[in-house]
Ligand binder design. Structure first.
Ligand code: KG4
Ligand code: ZN
Length: 356
């Protein structure tokens, strides 16, 4: 039985978790900064790293207490070293180094994108089979990956502009919804009609790439038509579009726009992932990352996929440290150890990256 302490601070969640053998979660503590960043409408990097400094030790202590274990029970400490925000990553990496050094434990460095994929090892048995096509969709990434073994990846494609989650967040802001936009759009979409607006889908044929800037601009153009006349009016308040009688009052159709946007993004994500699974004769599809918490994406993927689909529960899709401990376990088992000179790599790509 190999217990790993995972530490995650790549973005705006301070997280620590204890996981056995990369599969059994004993504790998974996440201190979210969402409420702090909401007032800025997005993540404020300097505030994020300062908040990590305040939260990291209590979060680690809580994860050990909830798992009911001591430092001597641990086999290693695994920590995210990239990709992510430099100042945020630095907090986790330095704390992990200090604790591992002080407790005489090995240190394992973990790629955040890989960690998201390993959320699929924390649910259900038996574990996923290889090869699997992985769709990693988060605030910072949209990656289509062929996973052929533990730590073995071929990057099939990714976004050429905005990440899927970034598009949700930006469109959420355009619609006057609270940050983060993803869950807010999902909620607003419940009352809307997905076919109300015909929004563009960037298919980028013959590639496994994605693009979300066109759909974002299309939503912006629609929203502009409903722009309030005077300051102080919000987008959802009625607007008089003609001063000539009779006055016409228009209200931004938030629910219909949210539903149409969500539908268009999900349509492209599902179709391109499904086709890649067919092309590479994958045994399964693995969803990962914060946007994989989207219930429409999960439902559509399950319905349209030719192969079994796995998707971690929402709390293992968004940033957490159990996924870091899981990915760290498989690297630890393979004999990998990080040196004490481990540094953060904010622009880190997939490990063992290769194009097919
Ligand atoms: O993986 P994650 O927690 O952090 C990053 O590594 O970026 O992903 C956060 C992203 C945000 O853009 C958020 O809006 C999106 O995931 N997200 C969702 C949902 N829940 C979170 N997007 C769509 N639907 C959701 N239910
Ligand atoms: Zn993430």
């Amino acid at each position: 039985m190999t217990l790993i302490l995972g530490i995650e601070t790549s973005c705006d969640e301070t997280a620590a978790a204890v996981v056995t053998d990369g599969r059994i979660v004993h504790s998974n503590v996440v201190a979210s900064q969402v409420d702090i960043h909401r007032r800025y409408g997005g993540i404020f990097p300097e505030v994020a790293s300062r908040q990590h400094v305040l939260s990291i030790l209590p979060v680690i202590e809580k994860s050990l207490a909830e798992a009911d274990i001591g430092w001597d029970d641990l086999a290693a400490v695994a920590v995210t070293y990239g990709p992510g925000l430099a100042g945020s990553l630095l907090v986790g990496v330095n704390v992990a180094k200090g604790l591992a050094w002080g407790r005489g434990l090995p240190l394992v460095s973990v790629n955040h994108i890989e960690a998201h994929i390993y959320g699929n090892w924390l649910v259900e048995t038996p574990p996923p089979e290889f090869p699997s096509v992985c769709l990693v969709v988060s605030g910072g990434h949209t990656e289509l990956i062929l996973m052929t073994g533990h730590g073995q990846y071929q990057r099939l494609g990714g976004t050429l502009d905005d990440a899927a989650g970034e598009a949700f967040d930006k469109v959420g802001r355009l619609l006057g919804l609270p940050y983060p936009g993803g869950p807010a759009i999902q909620e607003a979409a419940r009352a809307g009609t997905p076919t109300a607006f015909k929004l563009p889908r960037a298919w980028l044929p013959d590639t496994h790439n994605f693009s979300f800037s066109g759909i974002k601009t299309a939503v912006l153009r629609i929203v502009q038509k409903y722009r309030p006349l005077s300051e102080g009016q919000t987008m959802t308040k009625p607007r008089v579009v003609s001063s000539q009688a009779p006055p016409v009052v228009r209200v931004l159709p938030v629910a219909n726009l949210a539903a149409s946007f969500q539908e268009a993004v999900v349509d492209v994500l599902v179709e391109k992932t499904r086709r890649a699974a067919e092309e590479f004769e994958a045994k399964g599809i693995l969803l990962a990352g914060g946007v994989a918490a989207n219930e429409r994406l999960r439902a559509e993927m399950l319905q349209r996929s030719p192969v079994p689909v796995r998707c971690p529960p929402p709390e293992l899709c968004t940033d957490n440290a159990a996924i870091v401990a899981s990915a760290g376990f498989f690297r630890f088992e393979a004999g990998e150890r990080a040196g004490w000179d481990l540094d953060v790599v904010p622009g880190l790509r997939l490990p063992a990256e290769a194009s097919p």
